[in-house]
Design a protein around this ligand. Structure first.
Ligand SMILES: [Zn+2]
Length: 351
């Protein structure tokens, strides 16, 4: 079988490797559609302290179970499944695992990080993943391509739930990459009131505007105008109930804390990489009695909800896919992702 091995920074080699050997408590998946995540690109360019090359990355996965160990009883060969990325760790994170908060386990085990990813033709799931991992069946009428985006959608859902998003609340999403756009669409499922969608680069903003034409959102170019001024003006100086930063910049985080309403919630969703530290007058938080929290990754119930929304057609993930690449062209696919000319890129490992 073929695998795209991340050998070192900026170095992926697609080569023949031997098939995984399935232990009696393990399973083997044939990945059919695997989306490239921004974090895959960051791992490829800058590395990650949870990724140890040589390894295989890729964690937005839809595939088929092709081998099941003889002690595995809850899955069978032929099942079509999606995987969440964060895997609970019963060894070192028992309490979090039992509470359904696997993304908080001490080592934050994740597929495509410490665990084998899906940019390969067969991937093995170890015993812990088979027992406790977020593995969700794909309904028959949903394609692998559509299902592959359940993982990022699950992260968006997790972000909304952490931010206590609910009917009637106003919301501002800062950053309109694929995840930010998914969040803007997700506001419909959560019955949002007024919706603001902010983005700095004009190219992305134009794309998002066309892309999200069905959502009644106020689009704001933070290149052209001051986000804080505009949102405050549009909300009679009150601000919004929920602000989610889907752009990993200090500026987005600062603005978020400024535009959140009294008693509102800010979710610092996007992590900061190579950015200065946030310096903020904490009296803003004190006097507004607002909540500033974070969220990362997802858990099994989030993946299930994502699959439900995709299956119902509430979030049409297909339209997020801009291009498809075979496994051999994975480097080209990463470079296309970096060009920011499209939304999501799908790798087809079997082609
Ligand atoms: Zn991802």
């Amino acid at each position: 079988m073929k695998a795209a091995i991340l050998v070192d920074l900026n170095q992926i080699a697609v080569k023949e490797v031997s098939d995984p050997v399935c232990g009696e408590c393990e399973m083997v998946i044939r990945p059919e559609s695997v989306a490239i995540c921004g974090s895959d690109v960051r791992i490829y360019r800058f590395g990650n302290d949870r990724v140890f090359p040589p390894t295989v990355i890729g964690h937005e996965i839809a595939g088929t179970i092709i081998e099941v160990g003889n002690k595995v009883t809850n899955f069978k060969v032929g099942q079509r499944v999606v995987l969440g990325a964060d895997v609970p760790d019963m060894d070192t994170g028992r309490n979090y695992t039992l509470k359904g908060q696997g993304n908080l386990c001490p080592e934050n085990l994740a597929i495509g990080y410490q665990l084998d990813g899906a940019f390969q033709q067969k991937m093995k799931l170890n015993e812990n993943t088979v027992k406790y991992g977020p593995i969700v069946e794909i309904p028959d009428h949903v394609s692998f391509d559509e299902a592959a985006l359940a993982e990022p959608l699950a992260c968006a859902i997790h972000g909304f739930e952490m931010a206590r998003m609910s009917i009637g609340k106003s919301i501002c999403i800062i950053g309109l990459g694929p995840l930010g756009c998914m969040m803007v669409e997700l506001t419909k499922s959560y019955g949002a009131g007024k919706i603001f969608a902010a983005q700095r680069s004009e190219k992305r903003l134009d794309m998002a505007r066309k892309f999200l034409s069905a959502v009644d959102a106020t689009f704001i170019s933070t290149e052209e105008e001051d986000l804080v001024e505009r949102v405050m003006k549009e909300t009679n100086g009150e601000g919004v109930d929920v602000v989610i930063t889907a752009a990993g910049t200090v500026k987005a985080q600062e603005d978020a804390i400024r535009i959140v309403k009294k008693r509102g919630v800010v979710n610092l969703f996007a992590g900061l990489k190579n950015q200065p530290k946030l310096e903020i007058d904490t009296n803003l938080i004190h006097y507004k009695e607002c909540t500033v929290l974070g969220s990362h990754g997802s858990n099994q119930p989030d993946v299930e909800k994502a699959m439900t929304l995709i299956a119902k057609g509430d979030i049409k993930t297909k339209k997020y896919i801009s291009r498809y690449f075979p496994l051999d062209d994975i480097v080209e696919a990463i470079e296309y992702h970096e060009s920011r000319n499209g939304m999501k890129v799908i790798i087809k490992p079997q082609q």
